[in-house]
Design a protein around this ligand. Structure first.
Ligand SMILES: [Zn+2]
Length: 139
């Protein structure tokens, strides 16, 4: 992720009391690389504690990814009042093989990011977020 994309997620998370969410577009090879971030709408009836990404954003992200030779590699959402650890609901809703970036909030109100990759059995494994440049990956 570029520093600008990380900043975009932090700003979106800080914009309200509800969970922010969106889609991560990029590549899986040679390593997982986020190249675009698409903000979605949280349609969950209890948006302060849960998120439900709107289908229009998901479809749009899929179209953008296909048109640019990339793919949806994962999703992100925020925990306005909690850590960046996956909740029970996150674990239940997880898609194996996809990245989940969670924006947590410290007791002091500071936002931070953690990235997770979801294994076939649903386990969440932490990923290191390495800030990248805007240069395209070498072919
Ligand atoms: Zn969550």
């Amino acid at each position: 992720m570029t520093p600008a994309q990380i900043g975009q997620l932090l700003m979106q998370a800080a914009a309200g009391d509800e969970e922010a969410c969106g889609v991560l577009i990029g590549r899986r090879e040679p390593h997982i690389r986020v190249e675009a971030v698409l903000a979605g709408q949280n349609l969950h009836p209890m948006p302060a504690r849960h998120f439900l990404l709107d289908a229009a954003t998901l479809l749009h992200a899929d179209a953008v990814a296909r048109a640019t030779g990339r793919e949806i590699i994962g999703f992100y959402h925020s925990h306005p009042r909690g850590t960046a650890l996956p909740s029970l609901a996150d674990r239940r809703a997880a898609w194996p093989g996809y990245v989940q970036v969670i924006i947590g909030t410290t007791r002091q109100g500071r936002r931070y990011l953690c990235a997770w990759i979801i294994a076939a059995d649903g386990a969440f494994t932490p990923l290191t977020i390495a800030p990248s440049s805007n240069r395209p990956a070498p072919e």
